[in-house]
Ligand binder design. Structure first.
Ligand code: HEC
Length: 342
């Protein structure tokens, strides 16, 4: 990081510390902030302490009285919004769009807190850590200041509760989702897509983040993110899989639109909707027309009534891109399942 950036970061943090001077409130139990928020219940019943097959599971060994997901859910959004405007807006923007007055000075740039793809790939514990510890926690050489000395634990949960209102959640695309995992994959065959639509993928389109969503017996509330650790994935059985989701940029009536596409394991689209809530009703209705399209097998361009051909073709191309990355996920899932069976 350059000296200039460092000074800016320090200045931003200092302005805030001056405003909030005072002892850092209640001690955040050391080491706890880094833990995942997901206490993967055995099967939803909280009181069960024993482990069925005697498999080791650290999360089960020490249940947390109130999960961090609950802590965030109980955070005061209105209070969080105020804290955000004072401390975060200079870089992350008043509305969280990463367009704060100082934003352009940073590389890497401040993240966009309205971006569903970015925000859904971070659980509450990760947000907590980033806010408390700053760049140190993000593991990158960046200007993200640490706020742990000035904001107390509850302030940070208020902030997170507010930030969660800025982006769409995974379960708005896959109803009944209890848990999800996510990882970026390369498209299996860019050539196959090019042949099907007569149009090549851009180099940056050859990779895509796939969200895999699972149901779970007796799970309530929002779908929770499960960090991608093989040991934690053994409970997410294939037969609990509800479907896949990806965020793609598609041609829209007034320019490109970021759209969430959700498909069943059969590859049929169950929901297609802009992930930016300000996209407009007409745009939302247009993309909704694609729901029900899509299947495995031969690639054939859709014919959806009432959608202009250029939008249709671009949406189809993005759908294939999504499907071809799902193939890569499924390949990995198969390998994982074999490992389980050993
Ligand atoms: C001085 C500018 C600045 C301020 C002020 C600032 N941030 Fe950031 N923030 C950044 C930058 C730059 C990044 C990108 C860091 C990276 O990619 O390594 C970032 C990244 C983040 C991340 C993502 C970390 C990750 O997981 O990669 C979160 C969450 C975040 N900021 C929250 C906040 C909150 C909440 C506030 C206010 C309490 C805040 N930031 C104030 C500059 C700032």
């Amino acid at each position: 990081m350059t000296i200039e950036k460092r000074i800016l970061a320090v200045a931003a943090a200092a302005a805030f510390f001056a405003a909030m001077a005072g002892p850092a409130a209640s001690a955040w139990a050391k080491g706890k902030a880094g833990k995942s928020s997901v206490t993967f219940g055995d099967d939803g019943s909280k009181d069960k302490k024993g482990d069925k097959k005697g498999k080791k599971d650290k999360d089960k060994a020490k249940p947390e009285p109130a999960s961090k997901v609950e802590a965030a859910a109980q955070g005061d959004r209105a209070a969080g919004e105020k804290i955000y405007k004072i401390n975060c807006a200079s870089c992350h923007g008043i509305g969280g769009n990463a367009d704060g007055v100082a934003a352009s000075k940073f590389n890497p740039a401040p993240i966009n807190h309205r971006n569903a793809e970015v925000m859904n790939a971070r659980d509450d514990a990760a947000l907590f850590r980033a806010i408390k510890e700053g760049a140190r926690a993000t593991g990158r050489d960046s200007a993200m200041p640490a706020f742990g000395a000035g904001l107390n634990e509850l302030d940070i949960w208020d902030l997170i509760a507010y930030m969660r209102t800025l982006h769409v959640r995974i379960d708005t695309f896959v109803a009944g989702g209890a848990y999800y995992i996510t990882k970026s994959y390369r498209v299996m065959s860019p050539k196959r897509i090019a042949q099907a639509v007569g149009d090549e993928l851009k180099p940056e389109e050859e990779e895509l983040r796939v969200y895999t969503v699972f149901r779970f017996p007796r799970h309530e509330g929002y779908a929770e993110y499960v960090p991608y650790e093989p040991g934690k994935l053994d409970k997410l059985k294939k037969n609990l899989k509800l479907g896949y989701l990806a965020f793609v940029k598609v041609r829209g009536p007034r320019g490109p639109v970021e759209v969430g596409m959700a498909m069943e394991p059969s590859a049929k689209l169950i929901r297609v909707a802009p992930s930016d809530l300000s996209a407009g009703q007409d745009v939302a209705r247009l993309f909704q027309k694609f729901e029900g399209q899509g299947k495995r097998g031969k690639y054939e361009l859709w014919k959806v009534a009432g959608v202009p051909p250029d939008i249709q073709k671009d949406a189809y191309k993005q759908y294939l891109r999504f499907l071809e990355t799902v193939f890569m996920y499924e390949k990995e899932e198969k390998e994982r399942t074999w490992m389980d069976e050993e």
